[in-house]
Design a protein around this ligand. Structure first.
Ligand code: GYE
Length: 363
């Protein structure tokens, strides 16, 4: 009851701040630290919204861009007090942070979960405390969907399906029999949505096109683990010719190892090159497409700050946001050998990477 009253008051007084924000006020700078931004709304005396944000960690370029997007969105100048907690890759730490947020009586909890399961109890506690929970990036699997208000993030299954469709059509275009594809998978954090869904896309395609999935090894979404996992895979499967990396950073590690081991890297499978595929499309990832070391990248967009803010704005205005919100994403390759891919009846163009395209992007 008490919370409802507070929320109503906020609707009336926060609106002008949001309108101002959409009239060209800049996003402001990050908090400069990893914990708290100072609590002073820029305009008038409207109530500051306290946001408890439970972040996964700092494992990848994607994650760093995602954290920046959050910090640049939830600034004190825009009427927010951001409590930013970095879980260093541990779901346990995230549970502790959520309990702290509840204790502190934050207005909203934003969770980017490490893995999909294990959230029921702590989110019931948030619900009892009447604190809305917004889930972003990775998904959660809970018995009761009312434990979170909305989710925004990527369709990682679609990303996997798109990149597999590209590989299929690329092999066709180059006259490589599908059965000649010998694939290894560098897996992201086991039990996380991108790992689960990108693997599903790959395994579906292996069934349909009779690809050989030689092995899977944990790359943990990091460059260091990607490097190590690639060394093991090369030792046990020297005949591999495609590396399906669950993100750009594990691909960077894989590339280092392939180079060190003297393997030829590129799209020319017929001449013994190893074809590397990846997800994210960070600046550095796209530059690898330009220099010929990554063949294709399915974009995974990390700029969730404004998307989460728009959900919070809806809630503050008494509107019901869409429960599940997918982000539109692109597919990148060096050229138009494959002009488009088609998944479940929808066509997606393949974008040829240029220097201009890279410098125009926000991450
Ligand atoms: O692909 C990877 C990051 O959860 C979608 O996590 C995100 C993934 C992203 O570390 O680079």
């Amino acid at each position: 009851m008490h919370r409802k009253m507070r929320k109503k008051a906020a609707v009336a007084i926060l609106l002008p701040a949001f309108l101002l924000a959409s009239c060209g006020k800049t996003g402001g700078q990050g908090t400069g630290g990893r914990t708290v931004s100072s609590a002073s709304p820029a305009e008038g005396n409207q109530r500051t919204l306290t946001i408890g944000f439970a972040q996964v960690g700092e494992e990848s370029d994607w994650r760093m861009a995602n954290s920046r997007s959050i910090e640049e969105t939830f600034t004190s100048a825009h009427g927010y007090h951001l409590l930013f907690e970095d879980a260093q890759g541990s779901a346990e730490n995230q549970i502790t942070s959520i309990r702290d947020f509840i204790q502190q009586g934050v207005d909203y909890i934003v969770l980017e979960p490490v893995v999909e399961t294990g959230w029921d109890t702590v989110l019931e506690e948030a619900k009892e405390a009447n604190i809305p929970v917004i889930v972003a990036d990775r998904k959660i699997e809970v018995k009761d969907d009312s434990l979170y208000t909305a989710w925004v993030g990527s369709d990682c299954l679609l990303e996997g399906q798109k990149i597999c469709q590209w590989l299929k059509l690329f092999a066709d275009a180059r006259g490589i029999p599908q059965t000649d594809l010998r694939i290894v998978n560098l897996q992201g954090t086991i039990g996380s949505t991108p790992q689960i869904e990108r693997e599903k896309g790959l395994k579906e395609a292996c069934e349909i096109y009779h690809w050989n999935l030689l092995a899977q090894e944990r790359g943990e979404f990091t460059q260091a683990k990607g490097r190590e996992a690639m060394a093991e895979l090369l030792a046990s499967h020297p005949d591999l010719n495609v590396v399906y990396c669950d993100n750009d950073n594990s691909a960077f590690g894989a590339l280092e190892t392939l180079q060190k081991e003297g393997r030829k890297i590129g799209t020319d499978l017929a001449n013994g090159k190893v074809l590397v595929l990846s997800f994210d499309g960070t600046n550095k990832g796209l530059r690898c497409i330009l220099n010929g070391t990554i063949g294709c990248i399915a974009e995974c967009n990390p700029l969730h700050g404004p998307r989460i803010e728009s959900i919070i704005r809806d809630l503050e205005e008494g509107k019901q946001p869409e429960k599940i919100q997918y982000v539109d994403e692109e597919l990148f390759a060096a050229d138009n050998t494959v002009p488009e891919v088609s998944v479940n009846g929808t066509s997606y163009p393949v974008k040829a990477v240029t220097g201009q395209l890279i410098s125009d992007r926000g991450f």
